[in-house]
Design a protein around this ligand. Structure first.
Ligand SMILES: Nc1ncnc2c1ncn2[C@@H]1O[C@H](COP(=O)(O)OP(=O)(O)OP(=O)(O)O)[C@@H](O)[C@H]1O
Ligand SMILES: [Mg+2]
Length: 412
C-alpha cells in the first residue's frame, strides 16, 4: 500500500492534533502535515460545547491541510472517556469445510459481537483474545486448522452512543467523515509498546490532561482497557488551589518547577509567585509545590493500581507499565509510579518518524502518531481509511499475512 495517505485526529482535553501522513514503500510513515491547536469544548473525552469544539477541530484540520497541501475528507479519530467500557463475549460457529478459513474467523467474531448491546451504546472495537477449536483452547491463529466447531473469546469495547455521535458531529462540521474511532490507549500502544512487552504482559498508560487511558496486553493481544477521568489538569488544579493562583499560572509553574518526588527537592529552593490578593510576588518553596504534585500523582497511580487489580491481570504483567502522554514528562514520575505500582516502569514517545516531526517527538503525541500506525495496519485490509485527493492504489490482492496480523489484533 505505497502512497496511501492517512489522516488521524487526536481530540484531547488540552490539544487537538491532526496528522496527515504517507506510508512509504518500506512501510515507514512520513508526516506530510501537522495541525496542533489548543482544545476547546472537550472535557474528559466528551464534547461539552459543540460550537467551541467544532471550531478548535476545524482550525486543527485547516492547519494540517495547509501544511500538507491535501484536502482532508476522512480521518481516524481518537476516543476516550469514562463512557467507554469493555465486556467479554464468546462467539461460536461451525467450521464450514472442516478447515478454518478467514470467513469462519469473521463469522465467529460476528457471533461474539452479536451480544445484546443496549441501544444507547455503540460498538467501537471487537478484540479477539484467543480461539478454541473442538475444545482445544489457547489458539492464537486458527486459520488452516482442522475441526468442526470454533469458539472465539472476544473483548468488546463500547462507548456511549450520544457521546460518539457528538464527536462525529464536531468532526463532520469540517466536512470530514470519521472512518473509525480508535480507543486512545490502543492508539498509544502502537507507538509505546514493543512486541516483546506485548507478549510478556504489559500495561500501557497514556496520562494526558483530563484522562489516563490504560490497556493491558498479554500474549500479544489486548485483554483489558480502562479509561480513568484523571490527568495532568488535576495536578494543575491542585497547584492553583494550594498556592491560590490562576490555573494558567499554576500550569506554568508545573512545567517550569514541577517535580513528583519531594525527596529530589532541596529545602532552600524557592521561586517568586504573584498569588491572588497579593500586591507583590511572594516566594514559594519548591518543596511545597512538590508536595502538592506528589500527593496527586501518587493518588492517580493508586487509582490505576486499583483498576489493574480489579481487572484480575495484576499478576500477569512482568513487563510492568509503559507510561506516555503529556503528563509523563513530569520529572520523577517514573520512579513514583514504580514505587506505587510495584512494577517496572518505562517512558515512551514517538520515534522513527520522517517528515514534519519536530513537534511530534514528545509523549504528548503518542496517541496522534499511534492513530496513523493503527491506520497503517488497517489500510492493508480496508483502504477506505485513506484521504483524498491521492487515489488509493488498487489492492494487489489482499496481503494475507497483513490480514492475519490485523485479525489477530482486532476488528472495527
Ligand atoms: N513538560 C511537562 N511536564 C509536565 N507536564 C506536562 C509537560 N508538558 C505537558 N504536560 C501536561 O500534559 C497534559 C497534556 O497532555 P496531553 O497533551 O497528552 O493531553 P491531551 O491528549 O490533550 O488530553 P487527554 O488525552 O487527557 O484528553 C497537561 O496536563 C500538561 O500540563
Ligand atoms: Mg491524549
Amino acid at each position: 500500500m505505497s502512497d496511501a495517505i492517512i489522516v488521524g485526529i487526536d481530540i484531547g482535553t488540552t490539544k487537538v492534533c491532526t496528522l496527515v501522513a504517507r506510508v512509504e514503500d518500506n512501510g515507514r510513515i512520513r508526516v506530510l502535515g501537522v495541525g496542533i491547536e489548543p482544545s476547546q469544548g472537550i472535557r474528559k473525552g466528551s464534547v461539552v460545547d459543540l460550537g467551541a469544539a467544532s471550531q478548535a477541530i476545524a482550525h486543527s484540520i485547516d492547519k494540517a491541510e495547509r501544511t500538507s497541501g491535501l484536502e482532508i475528507t476522512s480521518a481516524l479519530v481518537s476516543l476516550a472517556g469514562s463512557h467507554v467500557s469493555g465486556i467479554n463475549s464468546r462467539g461460536v460457529v461451525g467450521i464450514s469445510r472442516q478447515v478454518v478459513d478467514d470467513a469462519d474467523v469473521l463469522r465467529a467474531m460476528e457471533a461474539a459481537r452479536a451480544v445484546a448491546i443496549p441501544h444507547n451504546r455503540e460498538v467501537i472495537h471487537v478484540i479477539q483474545r484467543g480461539f478454541t477449536v473442538d475444545g482445544q483452547d489457547g489458539i492464537r491463529m486458527p486459520i488452516g486448522m482442522h475441526g468442526y466447531r470454533m469458539e472465539v473469546e472476544a473483548h468488546i469495547i463500547t462507548a456511549a452512543a450520544a457521546t460518539v455521535e457528538n464527536l462525529r458531529q464536531v468532526v463532520g462540521a469540517s466536512g470530514v467523515q470519521v472512518t473509525q474511532f480508535v480507543l486512545n490507549p490502543l492508539a498509544s500502544a502502537e507507538v509505546a509498546l514493543t512486541d516483546t512487552e506485548r507478549e510478556m504482559g504489559v500495561v500501557v498508560c497514556d496520562i494526558g490532561g483530563g484522562t489516563s487511558d490504560m490497556a493491558i496486553f498479554i500474549e500479544g493481544d489486548v485483554w483489558h482497557t480502562m479509561v480513568l477521568a484523571v490527568g495532568g489538569n488535576h495536578v494543575t488544579g491542585d497547584i492553583a488551589h494550594g498556592l491560590r493562583l490562576p490555573f494558567s499560572q499554576a500550569e506554568e509553574l508545573k512545567l517550569l518547577h514541577g517535580q513528583c518526588l519531594t525527596s529530589e527537592v532541596g529545602e532552600g529552593e524557592t521561586f517568586p509567585v504573584r498569588a491572588f490578593g497579593e500586591e507583590e510576588p511572594v516566594n514559594v518553596s519548591r518543596m511545597e509545590l512538590a508536595h502538592i504534585i506528589e500527593a496527586r500523582v501518587e493518588e492517580i497511580f493508586s487509582l490505576m493500581l486499583q483498576e489493574i487489580k480489579r481487572s484480575g491481570y495484576d499478576g500477569l504483567l512482568p513487563a510492568g507499565m509503559v507510561l506516555t502522554g503529556g503528563t509523563s514528562q513530569l520529572p520523577g514520575i517514573r520512579k513514583l509510579a514504580s514505587e506505587v505500582l510495584g512494577l517496572p516502569v518505562r517512558l515512551a514517545q514517538p520515534e522513527n518518524l520522517r517528515g514534519m516531526v519536530d513537534q511530534l517527538k514528545s509523549p504528548a503525541f503518542s496517541t496522534s502518531v499511534g492513530l496513523i500506525q493503527w491506520a497503517l495496519l488497517m489500510s492493508e485490509v480496508d483502504p477506505s481509511v485513506a484521504a483524498r485527493p491521492i487515489q488509493v492504489p488498487q489492492m494487489k490482492g489482499l496481503n494475507m499475512d497483513k490480514v492475519r496480523e490485523f485479525l489477530k489484533r482486532m476488528l472495527p
